[in-house]
Write a protein that binds this ligand. Structure first.
Ligand code: F0G
Length: 495
């Protein structure tokens, strides 16, 4: 994780001070662009709202909202290579940010209102050894390492966008429910900018210490709820709407605008060539939704000639999307997914008292809030959904780590899922695959140490209890007495 001194903070002048507008509408001195609007994703609804309104759902039908643009008037660049013209301007805050150097593709806020910490300085890595582990030809596996963001996860891509919107409309408090990374990111933006107070809702005992320590250190008001992520999500929605607090979870459509840029950087890393597959872990399904929108828009704008395929990977212990999409045939269905399939599934979950459970705490989610948008992305990108066990995830994580890019357990779902899809023959050996590594290795040291431990009791406590039987790539520490000869012997035996 990057030291705080490295952040570049661009703060636009906040022209409106005072309390958050409970009406959730900006007063007349709004500086928001009129080229963007919010649109309901439901085919039968299609309601529209201004970008100066704070909404996380459509008033008319309760559906999710998109940020949409009048592209005839905003006139995006005529080629993606046009963005290369910004590379020499890295001393300026917007071109420096890996999100805002693509401002022309998310033009919902004026440049002078953007709040950026220099997020998105992340790279696409070519990893021949991970390719070999997966069963791909050398050069075919690329890892988009989002762990290098200021708060150590991809969330900063979305947070800078939501935070910019919140700042633009004059919000003074921002809240989220989180499995840890969203809260760390929100806490960071609030801590550095001092523009808002962060209020975070977390499930008690449900987030890893790496993430909890960030939120506490950055000074967030931390509400630990006796429940899991879904309980926290339910409560934060109630509280934020009742108290007029700006909600930054991925139901906020501005968040997802920022997350589109992960795909722009992938294309940039491939010199604007479209890969064959994008593989991403699935939790609340914000990323997969944002990726679908990113590619769909680029295609509509004539900036790419085809869309990659999408694979969303659930943890087997938190596999709502897999069950609904692959087992029960739930589809986008031209904007009207079959609500009965979803409701029946959730009712069965509740009746059986079944709750998500996985070592990948980041994606330990029962009811993904962006489900319908994700179905749309799967439709646009001819997608598939798979589930991987905790053991498969941890083995993949160890391989990613052994090749120099440590990631947290949930992130490795993308690599484990790609391996599975290779074994099934869905992905061919020579296809160009991009796996998204969503979070840094230091986010969850407990899982990593338990995987590599020589202490069987610790292994059983952390991992055995979750059905992990063995750690195929464990790198065990060697225990020796505090004795020079023994230390030297241990090194000779093992090197
Ligand atoms: N990977 C990591 C490291 C995450 O933190 C998350 C989500 C995901 C994958 C799933 O992404 O929700 O876009 O499908 N973390 C959220 C949080 C839920 O609260 O930090 P998604």
């Amino acid at each position: 994780m990057r030291p705080r001194q490295g952040h570049r903070l661009l703060l636009a002048i906040c022209r409106r001070e005072g309390d958050y507008a409970t009406s959730h509408t900006v007063p007349t001195n709004s500086v928001l662009t009129d080229l963007a609007y919010q649109a309901c994703v439901s085919a039968t609804c299609g309601a529209r709202y201004g970008v100066d309104e704070v909404r996380v759902a459509c008033d008319a039908c309760g559906g999710l909202l998109d940020v949409a643009y009048d592209w005839n008037r905003v006139k995006p660049p005529d080629s993606l290579a046009w963005f290369e013209g910004k590379w020499p301007r890295r001393s300026e805050p917007l071109p420096f940010s890996g999100v805002w150097r693509f401002h022309e593709l998310l033009p919902f806020a004026p440049p002078d209102r953007v709040v950026t910490l220099g997020e998105g300085q992340t790279l696409l890595h070519d990893s021949p050894r991970v390719a070999e582990f997966i069963g791909l030809k050398g050069g075919a596996a690329h890892l988009q390492y989002e762990g290098m963001n200021p708060s150590g996860s991809f969330k900063d891509n979305g947070m800078t966008a939501a935070f910019t919107h919140a700042h633009t409309i004059g919000a003074r408090r921002a809240a989220c429910a989180s499995t840890g990374n969203t809260s760390a990111s929100l806490a960071l933006y609030c801590g550095v900018s001092k523009l808002m107070q962060a209020i975070i809702f977390i499930g008690s005992g449900k987030i890893s210490y790496g993430k909890l320590s960030q939120a506490l250190d950055y000074g967030a008001l931390t509400i630990q709820i006796a429940g899991d992520f879904d309980d926290a999500m339910h409560r934060v929605r109630q509280v934020s709407s009742q108290q007029g607090i700006y909600l930054v979870n991925s139901v906020n459509p501005f968040r997802l605008e920022g997350q589109k840029t992960i795909m722009y950087r992938v294309l940039e890393g491939l010199r604007w060539q479209v890969p064959d597959w994008i593989v991403v872990p699935g939790g609340n399904l914000g990323n997969s939704s944002a990726f679908g929108k990113a590619f769909h828009e680029l295609h509509e704008l004539g900036l790419i000639d085809r869309l990659p395929r999408l694979a969303v990977i659930n943890a087997a212990g938190a596999d709502t999307l897999f069950q609904l999409y692959e087992k029960r045939g739930l589809r986008w269905n031209a904007g009207s997914p079959d609500a009965a399939i979803i409701n029946n599934y959730y009712a069965e979950m509740d009746d059986a008292n079944r709750r998500a459970s996985t070592i990948a705490s980041a994606i330990e989610i029962n009811r993904p809030v962006n489900l319908t948008k994700c179905l749309r992305a799967l439709e646009w990108m001819n997608g598939v959904v798979r589930e991987v066990t905790d053991e498969q995830m941890l083995d993949a994580k160890a391989q990613v780590g052994a090749n120099g890019l440590g990631c947290e357990p949930a992130s490795a779902a993308s690599v484990a899922g790609t391996k599975l899809l290779r074994e099934e023959g869905v992905i061919a050996p020579g296809e160009r695959v991009v796996c998204i590594l969503t979070g840094h290795q230091l986010k969850d040291p407990t899982a990593t140490v338990a995987y590599h431990t020589a202490d069987q009791a610790e292994f059983n406590r952390v991992l055995g209890s979750r059905g992990v039987n063995r750690a195929a790539f464990a790198n065990r520490a060697i225990q020796v007495e505090n004795d020079l000869d023994e230390i030297v012997r241990a090194i000779q035996l093992n090197s």
